[in-house]
Design a protein around this ligand. Structure first.
Ligand SMILES: C[S@@+](CC[C@H](N)C(=O)[O-])C[C@H]1O[C@@H](n2cnc3c(N)ncnc32)[C@H](O)[C@@H]1O
Length: 231
């Protein structure tokens, strides 16, 4: 066999091996159970509206389903009663929260600066049968949030990313000890929220982790409960 033929066979073998490894890795890392299944007609109604939003021809910059499922799980496991969202858009993340709030007996106050988006969200909440759980506050959240009252169990930040530090400074005192701040787009907008990220990772009264880093990124920050006098 000639040297060039040998090289060709070695290259072909290497390519085949690389392809097999890539396909195996992709299969192993493929998200499973990508769709939540509804346990009631009410859940099915909410999930159907979410499905429609994700299948729109020109979808908005909504939370992807894995982030939506995460915020629902966090709200439901913490038994959240008072959730505040900054950045409603057409209501996708609010609908994920509503899956939890139906069962925790809680409600959501969500803030949106764009009146057209707010009206789309209002229609979606009605269609999903959850409008009684959600209040939309229209206007610039940096100003309108002054009307919020404590305690906030979960704060979800998903609006103007450069404004996150201002939201944190204004709302941290209202978040209950043991409450959470969930921040979206920590990967895609890391640069815009550098000051915010520094604040939530250096304050000893907060504990922050970053998840779904290879996707849009989502951070979960715990406002620690105060230490007992003996600690
Ligand atoms: C990424 S979208 C929110 C997506 C939404 N959370 C979802 O998953 O469906 C950001 C939204 O924040 C809104 N927004 C931006 N700046 C704002 C501000 N200062 N006050 C209130 N809303 C704002 C935008 O109009 C936009 O609809």
């Amino acid at each position: 066999m000639t040297a060039s033929k040998k090289r060709l066979i070695i290259t072909a073998c290497a390519l085949t091996t690389a392809t097999i490894i890539t396909l195996t890795w992709a299969a192993a890392n493929k998200p499973t159970n990508t769709k939540p299944s509804a346990n009631t007609k009410a859940e099915a109604k909410i999930l159907a509206v979410l499905d429609d939003l994700y299948n729109e021809e020109y979808p908005m910059t909504n939370v992807p389903p894995q982030d939506g499922r995460l915020i629902r799980i966090l709200a439901e496991t913490t038994g959240a009663k008072n959730v505040v969202e900054i950045g409603t858009a057409n209501g996708c993340s609010a609908l994920w929260f509503s899956l939890a709030l139906r069962t925790t007996g809680g409600n959501l106050i969500t803030h949106e600066i764009d009146d057209h988006r707010a009206s789309l969200a209002r229609a979606n909440f009605k269609q999903a049968g959850v409008n009684h759980l959600i209040t939309i506050v229209e206007g610039d959240a940096h100003k309108t949030l002054t009307n919020l009252k404590p305690p906030i169990d979960i704060l979800f930040l998903d609006a103007d990313k450069t404004g996150n530090l201002d939201y944190l400074e204004k709302l941290l005192p209202l978040i209950r000890p043991g409450g959470l701040i969930i921040t979206h787009n920590t990967t895609t907008h890391a640069e815009d929220m550098k000051d915010y990220t520094k604040a939530v990772t250096t304050d000893p009264n907060l504990e922050t982790i970053f998840l779904h880093k290879k996707d849009q990124g989502i951070a979960i920050t715990l406002k620690k409960r105060p230490a007992k006098p003996t600690n």
